[in-house]
Design a protein around this ligand. Structure first.
Ligand SMILES: [Zn+2]
Length: 341
């Protein structure tokens, strides 16, 4: 018994010393296993009770249990203390000050080309135009042939057109959408087709990729006066009520007669300045009555007529926002873009 007594008292001393070095819940868990688990000295002592003299068993059991209870109590106390500390730490480190001002993130804005495109759509929507889209990679047939652009036409030249392979091009205008619409739908037709187009050109007023919008109206009884009225309405909505228009004869293979539309100079209001080369007018788009040959290619009846117009969106944006270099639209300079917020 003396032997057990001294064993228990040295074990108690060792366990107490070890417990005093426990500083967090994780090492407390480890200590629990070490002190009371199946591999612990205390457990071994309990198991050995059976080998003792029957008279001594009861006393030995009581002594071992006393130490076990004592250790368990100590663990429970320490655990309670550590848990309180842990909560306090969490509360102080995870504090959320709801009175702090929020972070203000800078807001982006639409690109000026997108802004003008949206404006164009808003102008034509009330007139009953629907939006038609088409592929940017187009068969030569739809980009040229259907639109009455003969093989020998200069715009087919390799210098103007990006050829992807034989007979396949990056569309040079959005007009193929008109042709495809007519090939798929019977008249009447009233569409606006916006999109990217590609031409091999690069200077202050040309970039290899730019945006176009084309309008097409086909029905029975459509006259040149309808075209003129539509364009006057558009010019006033886009550039202001006081804007006047003027039509000059021109040539496009897919319209006959063809015209170019000028509007009152946005800078000098018609008085004459550097931008309009002292004419008081600015050219903004090409238009005309749909060439009967185009109707023939699209299998449209003989008695329909129609008009079409097409303009570069960047050109309109340049005039509207007084931008000198077309290339600045595509350089991605935030300082340039911020002006349109
Ligand atoms: Zn001017």
């Amino acid at each position: 018994m003396l032997d057990l007594n001294s064993k228990l008292s040295s074990l108690e001393g060792a366990l107490k010393a070890e417990l005093s070095s426990v500083k967090d819940l994780k090492s407390l868990d480890e200590f629990k296993i070490k002190a009371l688990g199946k591999k612990s000295e205390l457990y071994q002592l309990t198991r050995n009770i059976g080998e003792l003299d029957p008279a001594q068993r009861k006393t030995a059991g009581a002594l071992i249990n006393k130490l076990k209870t004592y250790i368990e109590q100590n663990i429970a106390e320490l655990e309670a203390g550590l848990k309180t500390d842990d909560n306090k730490n969490k509360l102080s480190s995870e504090v959320l000050d709801i009175t702090m001002p929020g972070r203000v993130y800078p807001l982006g804005a639409s690109h000026p080309v997108t802004q003008v495109l949206n404006e164009l759509i808003e102008i034509f929507k009330p007139l009953g135009y629907s939006i038609a889209n088409g592929p940017e990679i187009e068969h030569e047939y739809y980009n040229f042939d259907v639109l009455n652009i003969p093989r020998e036409h200069p715009s087919r030249d390799m210098q103007d057109t990006f050829y992807i392979m034989d007979n396949v091009v990056l569309r040079t205008h959005t007009s193929p959408v008109q042709a495809c619409t007519m090939l798929q739908h019977t008249p009447p037709v009233r569409i606006l087709s916006p999109g990217r187009v590609y031409r091999s050109d690069y200077d202050v007023t040309h970039t290899p990729m730019f945006h176009q919008v084309e309008g097409l109206v086909v029905d029975r009884g459509i006259k040149f006066s309808h075209l003129k009225g539509t364009l006057l309405y558009f010019a006033k909505r886009m550039f202001g009520e006081k804007t006047s228009i003027r039509l000059r004869p021109s040539y496009f293979p897919f319209t006959e007669p063809s015209a170019e539309l000028d509007v009152t100079c946005v800078a000098c209001k018609g008085k004459g300045c550097r931008i309009c080369k002292n004419t008081g007018w600015l050219e903004i788009l090409g238009c005309g009555m749909v060439n009967p040959n185009v109707f023939k290619y699209c299998n449209y009846p003989d008695d329909v007529t129609g008009f079409a117009f097409g303009m570069g969106i960047e050109r309109i944006a340049m005039l509207k926002y007084k931008i000198g270099d077309l290339r600045s639209f595509f350089e991605g300079d935030v300082r340039f873009l911020r002006q349109f917020q």
